[in-house]
Design a protein around this ligand. Structure first.
Ligand SMILES: Nc1ncnc2c1ncn2[C@@H]1O[C@H](COP(=O)(O)OP(=O)(O)OP(=O)(O)O)[C@@H](O)[C@H]1O
Ligand SMILES: [Mg+2]
Length: 382
């Protein structure tokens, strides 16, 4: 989502020139050539940042800044004052009026861009930090497939149910796969407005009340945050901050939050990985998956995530006579295998046909026992 800059200047040439330069940098521009127009545009357009000239007839930039700060709907928008007034005194008045930064004209475009980027980044960071502070912390478990199709989503859902049944914990199973969500489809839901609704908002608009509206109750103690399998959801421009804020806020709603983080390393989830209490890395007994599992383990260890928080789960889905044994796989793997699932293709197929999770479809099955075992191991670590 391009960031929106409100440019305020009474000089039309400056508006045009600076507007064009910023547009080329990928920003969306809204322009105002007097103070009053600036105030109404700020309120209506909710820009990410305001570049504000000082010397304007009728209402100067100082007054505009003060009024912006006094209006709750614009008080949080960062302001860079951009003026030919270059005395220290002028800058001090600007900061007192509520500016976050001050730049003197004329300026090098590169310097202007750097200031805008720096202010936006600072604001972003403090917003994310604020959101994290207000949230009580449930346990967070990220589930990642070493590669696609190894059973990560199936594991996220069924482990969530197992943790609720065995541990009596309140659980959220969330699907962070915009446009590629499978949990909702497998459970037969027709509507998936969970994640989509949140991603369509600006990151700072996401709060606990919004999250609450997007959660679906599945069974006693189990809520879902679904993502859709519709391409239109995949097309929503989104950011790391969106996912970081959603994952943080979810922790206020349950004792355990499981997140299906898809397959492989995803830069969008980079801030989430270290915040997970456990990262479950699912792989199957193929060379490619073992290699990718090792790659993920190494990446997370390098990011400072301790080995005790990384769980390697070997998920066999296909019966094969020629298959690596557990000990052969263990020899290749950088960390011990925590749990191994045996193939249950008929069970998985029939569960999917009846829109049930494996766990509830055949509660006496070996697969369910294996889910329970993994759940017990995790519960013993809490
Ligand atoms: N124990 C099992 N035995 C056999 N097949 C299974 C088992 N568990 C799940 N499956 C089936 O394997 C397929 C892939 O599972 P799933 O969608 O969970 O994988 P994934 O790793 O999430 O895939 P993607 O990378 O596409 O998100 C599904 O059709 C599922 O029904
Ligand atoms: Mg999946």
């Amino acid at each position: 989502m391009p960031e929106k800059v409100l440019l305020v200047d009474d000089d039309l040439d400056t508006l045009r020139l600076v507007g064009l330069m910023l547009q080329r940098q990928g920003y969306q521009i809204v322009a105002a050539n007097n103070g009053l127009q600036a105030l109404s545009s700020a309120e209506k357009e909710q820009p990410d940042i305001i570049l504000l000239d000082i010397m304007m007839p009728e209402m100067d930039g100082y007054e505009v800044a003060k009024r912006l700060r006094n209006n709750p709907s614009t008080s949080q928008i960062p302001i860079i004052m951009f003026s030919a007034k270059n005395q220290v005194e002028d800058k001090l008045i600007g900061f007192e009026a509520g500016a976050d930064d001050y730049l003197t004209k004329p300026t090098q475009p590169r310097e202007l861009f750097a200031h805008i980027r720096a202010v936006l980044a600072r604001v972003q960071k403090s917003r994310v930090a604020e959101k994290s502070k207000e949230t009580p912390k449930g346990i967070q478990i990220g589930v990642i497939g070493a590669k696609g199709g190894v059973g990560a989503s199936t594991l996220t859902l069924n482990l969530g149910i197992a943790l609720q049944k065995i541990g009596g914990k309140s659980v959220i199973v969330s699907d962070f796969r915009p446009g590629m969500g499978t949990i909702g489809v497998e459970l037969g839901y027709a509507k998936f407005e969970g994640l989509q609704t949140l991603l369509q908002k600006k990151d700072f608009e996401i709060n606990s009340a919004e999250i609450d509206k997007c959660l679906v109750k599945y069974s006693p103690g189990v809520h879902l945050l679904l993502s859709s399998s519709d391409i239109s959801e995949a097309k929503i421009p989104t950011s790391r901050e969106h996912f970081q804020i959603i994952s943080n806020l979810l922790r206020a709603f349950a004792e355990i939050v499981l997140i299906d983080l898809g397959a492989g390393y995803n830069p969008l989830f980079q801030p989430i990985y270290p915040s997970c209490d456990f990262l479950i890395l699912v792989f199957d007994p193929t060379w490619a998956a073992i290699k990718m599992e090792n790659g993920l383990i190494e990446a997370f260890l390098n990011e400072g995530i301790s080995q005790s928080r990384i769980k390697a789960v070997l998920y066999n889905r296909v019966r094969a006579d020629v298959m690596f044994t557990r000990s052969q796989i263990q020899e290749q793997l950088k960390i011990p295998i925590d749990e191994m699932f045996t193939p249950a293709p008929e069970l998985a197929h029939h569960a999917a046909l009846s829109n049930h999770p494996i766990y509830l479809h055949q509660s006496e099955s070996i697969t369910v026992q294996q889910y329970n075992e993994l759940a017990r191991k995790i519960l013993s670590l809490l």
